[in-house]
Design a protein. Sequence first.
Length: 306
Amino acid sequence: MKDFLDWASKLYYEGVPLLSDAEFDLLAHKHNYNTVGYVVTDAVPHTFQMYSLQKCFDIDEAPLDISLCLRTPKLDGAAVSLLYVDGHLKLALTRGDGIHGRDITDKMRELVPNHISMPGLIQLTGEVVAPSSVPNSRNYASGALNLKDLEEFKSRKLTFVAYDAQPTFYSNYEGTLRELQLEGLNVVNTFDSTDYPTDGAVYRINSNEHYEKLGHTSKHPRGAFALKEQKAGVETTLEDVIWQIGKSGVVSPVAILKPVTIGDAVVARATLHNIEYIRELDLEIGCLVEVIRSGEIIPRVVRRLD
């Protein structure tokens, strides 16, 4: 499993992820995989570290007072940083491991202003996204950043949406985004994400002073979190039940399903937990069931429909 996770980590940091963040985190936790990042080839350091967001699945368990936060859509694309020096775009990097990324300046010059009016040194962070109408839009966006042919990159349907700037230069986050919009950038709080892939919402403390005082863990800012969506269930047929032995020796039932697409994955198996769970749902071979991807990770049968 370590070799597989090393490979998945490598693909993620190269911009062509094999697994979603949640799926990778689940497997890493389950198999005690704690290798820190992937060494990016031709790595260039970000001026400011790019952190990931703490995840929350229930707003009632939010780690922050949401009345103090600005809520924005969580776009699902490829995160990048832009470094402007005295108003000139000098460097653009993929997220990489958050500390180092790959130089994609030539490509980002096609998507963002090459000159802004802000003096000094400023790093903007944001997401390169493709429309939801594009199959596998997240991988389409990430893969585009690895293209060798600039003309092919230009032909891609891509948009950059800014979601923050460092160092902070306004008293509140809303003011920061408003200034970036005046510079000609798409910004996350006004961008119409209707036709673009999202996977939840981001809550970020509006006061920049408060946000900075909260600081960061080694991985996450304490002043922001991502509220992940629990997707609606999908109907399919329970075709069989098999029993499998886990590493701990526990025998558990697994539903064999008529294959169905949930989100961006084809699901043909789902957990049933134990025999009491099967009895509680009154499941029978051939019955219609509702299936979800719990936390967008593990397929689970939640109820019988017929």
